[in-house]
Design a protein around this ligand. Structure first.
Ligand code: SAH
Ligand code: SF4
Ligand code: F3S
Length: 440
């Protein structure tokens, strides 16, 4: 039997799809790359903004056509949207299985039960599940960079955010299982490991035999970095309220921990931050940035921001703009506020910024950040960087693509090099998104 899987949403979802493939492989499925060949079509979904859900609903229409064309094909919806909408999704003619993020071990049973009993659902959330014992089937093509989820769920209640509702309570994974997985990846030839969690700074493992023994994120990061100096380590996401200096000092000691911190700010206005329940102020955030710059002078900083949250005034927006000018991010993910049903914001704070105003503010932030990203990249021109080659460039197969430690994308003529190699490049020119280089 063949399974086809499509993945939407964040890196954690990509890693979850790898876990799903592993579970199904053990149950006798093989993976296929084309929906037309599959007995089981899966879609791993995201609920973070309404447009993410709309895209998935569009795909379900396509799967429904496929089911009409080939009798017996089973379609399963997985992930955050499955968890949020539960039974409601069973009303969709395309859907046979609804499985939430903690129900993936049950997928072989659910798939087998469809033929006998019809539509199946499992959206139970767990306090323990971390899939620690499952070896993900890696989906990246070149075998260079891989994800390891070090925790699941989220215990923060940012008022706009659906994630805690669809991913459940935060739980950290046994560090020994993380180190074992990293070692396996290294043995398989991987060169870069990405440690993932919604808030890595709250990673905490207590030894069940000796609760006084506790591993926090700084010490986990150090243990992973020590496995092999030739392997790059990245991590995301850091939370401004929890990211202490100990993580920065560990980074400073290990050159193989990449010089990049993704530190979502969400807004530059204290009024908005309070209403968002982010639990830090603009001043605290800027103090964290100052510590990064002091301890890690060559570290890139990137962020996420939301334009047009409930009650956001022109003054609040101006504060986000001024924060962007002050921090000078290397790049940013920028979003319009999208109200999510069931969140604290949806219950207490009206979605009252007109759509046109949200869009105008978002466009202003994007225009500003594009200028700043370009300046940040222009500072790289003429310099040399060590780059890990990830594979052919998307635009031109004769060129290669790789990243600097600061997570800047470089493209350069291959000159006989290949994915998985470290090369030193010289930056010749740039856009706001890419460094154009040659092998130095
Ligand atoms: N755990 C991470 C973020 C996960 S969601 C953190 O705490 O920073 C990724 C990003 O989506 C968030 O940083 C936020 O900028 C954005 N986002 C989340 N909910 C949103 C919503 N309702 N509308 C618009 N953007 C949202
Ligand atoms: Fe959402 Fe906040 Fe948790 Fe991030 S920390 S996933 S924004 S609730
Ligand atoms: Fe990720 Fe989207 Fe779920 S961002 S955790 S896939 S809601």
């Amino acid at each position: 039997m063949k399974v086809y899987i499509e993945t939407y949403g964040c890196q954690m979802n990509v890693n979850d799809s790898e876990v799903v493939l592993s579970i199904l492989q053990q149950a006798g499925y093989t993976r296929c790359q084309r929906m037309e060949e599959a007995d089981l079509i899966l879609i791993n979904t995201c609920s973070v903004r309404d447009n993410a859900e709309q895209r998935v609903l569009g795909r379900l229409d396509v799967f429904r056509q496929e089911k009409k064309r080939r009798k017996g094909v089973i379609v399963g919806i997985l992930g955050c949207m499955a968890e949020r909408l539960k039974e409601k999704l069973l009303e969709n003619a395309a859907v046979d299985i609804v499985a939430g993020p903690d129900a993936y071990r049950d997928l072989p049973r659910l798939a087998a039960a469809v033929a006998v009993d019809g539509k199946q659902i499992n959206t139970l959330l767990s306090h323990e599940e971390t899939y620690a014992d499952i070896a993900p089937v890696r989906m990246d093509r070149e075998g260079v960079t891989a994800f390891i989820s070090i925790m699941r769920g989220c215990n923060n209640v940012c008022s706009y955010c659906i994630v805690p509702f669809v991913r459940g309570a935060e739980r950290s994974r046994d560090p020994q299982s993380i180190l074992r997985e990293a070692q396996t990846l290294i043995a398989e030839g991987y060169k870069e490991i990405n440690l993932l969690g919604q808030n890595v700074d709250s990673y905490r493992w207590r030894d069940p035999e000796d609760p006084a023994r506790c591993v926090d994120f700084a010490s986990l990061l150090e243990q992973v970095a020590r496995l092999d100096a030739g392997i790059r380590i990245r991590f995301a996401t850091s939370h401004p309220k929890d990211m202490g200096d100990s993580v920065l000092h560990v980074m400073a000691r290990y050159p193989n921990i990449c010089r990049h911190i993704h530190l979502p700010v969400q807004s530059g206005s204290d009024t908005m931050l309070e209403k968002m329940n982010r639990k830090y102020t603009r001043a605290h955030y800027l103090e964290r940035i100052a510590h990064i710059r002091e301890i890690l002078p060559d570290c890139a900083v990137t962020t996420d921001v939301i334009a047009g949250f409930s009650g956001e005034t022109d003054e609040d927006h101006a504060l986000t703009m001024s924060l962007f000018r002050e921090v000078r991010y290397d790049s940013a993910f920028m979003f319009q506020y999208s109200e999510r049903p069931g969140t604290r914001a949806s219950r207490h704070y009206p979605d009252d910024v007109p759509a046109a105003v949200k869009t105008a503010r978002l466009n202003e932030i994007i225009a500003l950040q594009n200028e700043i990203s370009l300046e940040s990249n222009q500072r790289c021109v003429g310099r040399r960087y060590e780059v890990l080659i990830e594979g052919p460039s998307k635009r031109d197969a004769a060129e290669l693509m790789g990243r600097t430690s600061q997570n800047k994308t470089c493209v350069f003529p291959a000159e006989g090099h290949k994915a998985g190699e470290y090369v030193t490049v010289e930056v010749l020119s740039c856009t706001s998104a890419t460094l154009r280089c040659k092998i130095a």
